[in-house]
Ligand binder design. Structure first.
Ligand code: FBP
Length: 585
């Protein structure tokens, strides 16, 4: 028997009653997941008719989005159809379309709530339409890798985190041959509509698909509808009141807040460590800002502030060192520093160096491919400007190597693998030695990232996503294409909307070339959430005012809370969401 993989009959090591209880837990769901699957979710009034879930119509609202000229030229079908207007929810559809075949996929990184989008979509489409799941994201769409989603499937995954029902990936669908493959697959499987559950890059995919599949896909000249759903733990897919937040952000930040709260408590208990914690979230610092508001750390860096106020790396290091010394003088030799995942891309000097690097890596792809990592670095130093080459050369080896890693298909630097917190804590240590070698400064570095993306979704994310799924399904049954499902007024009953996706696109440099993409929404320094943080952060640095929010609460007084940054930025009257009293039988 293999010592590590061999098995033994469970009855031999446990008594039969215990064995029975253990067996119950081997069905793929823990008792906790079984309980939350039963949790009732609030539904927006718009979707409730005579006590039952019903799809709705949409009509153009007054809000108009203005895309730039070049985008308008690239998306003639989508823009002519939407006139860049956001769609507002109307009455219940008088006649529900039947016989539609809708395919749904997850795309990009996982985020809690995805399963409820599928559940809301399945239930609003009803038994007269078919819902197909696309396995493994956009890659699965290109291969026509479908399976039928049944009521059993959705019952099994309802309110659970993860994307495991179908899996996901980050394939970019843009090239003419990829579009042709999608058209072929749609014809072969008789698909009428595709729902893309994804972040900014995945919804960029959705915008291209909607435009290219607008008409002439099927033999009768008809097209395939494409609807997006806003997902990403990063929270950088936002559009003011019309799209207050992407789903998954609430769950991820509540999990990180629990972890950071625990570390804060540990640091003020053991009294000897400074913890440097990098938090996932890619470019934008929404995650770090939310976690800071939830936990009150000693220091939280916000990348957007670093860029806007032109704060150099030595200045960041000096500022942290000063706080360490100030606390040490009060006898406090511990603290917690939050570092946003994407900080490195925002530090003056680094931003242009990384752009130059992206550019040269794309330009000299063929030369680089045959070299080992050290050879690649030697080669690239000489291609960068002198300043950029010197900056890259000055970095610790581990950071240099990670900066040379392949970009994803959308051109993103894999910041989740760059240990900025280690670089920073090392630099602060060196600076403190220079300033006052008598100061005790012991550091521990952490990265809180992947552990939060698939956590059990918060009540907010579960309810939000179920209603987003119902919105996406309604947009399809009402005949729309090229829109992203959204909900507004999350504190006042919540109203479904359709946002024209092409109108959100802009031009960005990706992999050294201009690309049409949805712009990532960054933290604004004049936003109420940032101002609130700015006003309090010195107090948190000088004193111990930390807050430990504890684990996600599914029941009880704080279970209805939405993210604090969302409540502040949208100027809601309450921290609690309210999806109205929509009562279903
Ligand atoms: P999405 O933008 O697709 O939602 O992904 C978010 C994210 O979790 C980032 O926060 C992180 O930097 C990245 O994915 C990690 O990517 P990967 O899963 O490819 O390692």
């Amino acid at each position: 028997m293999n010592k590590l993989t061999g098995s033994m009959n469970v009855e031999k090591v446990t008594n039969s009653v215990l064995a029975e209880s253990l067996k119950v837990m081997e069905t793929g769901h823990s008792p906790f997941e079984k309980a939350i699957r039963m949790m009732e979710l609030p539904v927006c009034d718009a979707f409730v008719k005579s006590g039952r879930l019903a799809p709705i119509k949409f009509a153009p609202g007054t809000k108009v989005l203005e895309p730039n000229r070049e985008i308008a030229d690239s998306f003639p079908n989508s823009i002519a159809a939407s006139e860049n207007r956001i769609l507002a929810a109307g009455d219940t559809l008088s006649r529900r379309a039947t016989g539609k075949k809708v395919a749904v996929m997850f795309s990009g990184g996982p985020a809690a709530g995805g399963h409820n989008v599928v559940t809301g979509l399945k239930q609003i489409l009803g038994p007269d339409n078919t819902l197909l799941g696309i396995k493994a994201g956009p890659k699965g769409l290109l291969k026509g890798n479908f399976f039928e989603i049944t009521d059993d499937h959705v019952c099994h995954v309802m309110n659970t985190g993860g994307f495991n029902l179908m899996g996901t990936d980050r394939t970019k669908i843009e090239k003419p041959e990829d579009i042709e493959k999608v058209k072929y697959v749609c014809r072969e499987h008789n698909i009428d509509a595709i729902v893309v559950i994804g972040g900014d890059d995945s919804n960029t995919n959705a915008a291209f698909l909607a435009e290219k599949l607008f008409s002439d896909v099927k033999e009768d000249g008809s097209g395939v509808q494409v609807i997006g759903v806003p997902k990403t733990i990063d929270g950088d897919l936002q559009l003011g009141d019309e799209l207050p937040i992407s789903f998954g952000f609430d769950t991820a930040t509540k999990i990180y807040s629990e972890q950071v709260g625990n570390i804060l408590r540990d640091s003020s208990s053991s009294l000897k460590y400074w913890h440097f914690i990098r938090l996932m979230g890619r470019s934008a610092s929404h995650v770090t800002l939310e976690v800071a508001l939830q936990t009150h750390p000693t220091i939280a860096l916000i990348s957007e502030e670093v860029r806007r106020r032109d704060i150099t790396l030595p200045e960041i290091v000096d500022s942290i060192a000063e706080t360490v010394i100030m606390r040490a003088k009060k006898g406090i030799n511990y603290g917690v520093v939050l570092v946003p995942e994407g900080l490195i891309e925002f530090i003056p000097g680094f931003t242009t160096m990384i752009d130059d690097l992206n550019d040269k890596m794309a330009q000299f792809k063929d030369e680089l491919i045959h070299k080992d990592i050290r050879g690649q670095l030697q080669f690239i130093y000489s291609k960068l400007t002198q300043t950029h080459g010197e900056l890259l050369e000055s970095l610790p080896e581990s950071i240099k190597f990670k900066l040379m890693a392949d970009r994803d298909e959308h051109g993103n630097l894999p910041v989740s693998k760059i240990e900025t917190e280690t670089m920073l804590s090392g630099a602060v240590k060196a600076r403190i030695c220079e300033l006052d070698a008598s100061i005790r400064f012991e550091t521990l570095n952490h990265f809180f990232g992947y552990e939060a993306r698939c956590g059990a979704s918060t009540v907010f994310d579960s309810a939000y996503t179920y209603n987003l799924g119902a919105t996406a399904g309604s947009l399809i049954l009402d005949g729309h294409t090229g829109y992203m499902a959204s909900l507004t007024d999350l504190d006042k009953g919540a109203r479904p909307l359709g946002i024209p996706i092409a109108s959100l696109l802009d031009i960005e440099i990706r992999k050294g070339k201009p690309a049409q993409v949805i712009e990532k929404a960054l933290v604004k320094l004049d936003s109420p959430a940032f101002v609130y943080f700015e006003f309090r952060r010195n107090l948190w640095a000088e004193n111990d005012l930390s807050n430990s929010p504890g684990p996600i609460q599914m029941w009880g007084p704080t279970s209805r809370q939405l993210p604090k940054t969302v409540a502040l930025n949208r100027e809601y009257n309450s921290l609690n969401f309210n999806f109205s009293a929509g009562q279903m039988d």
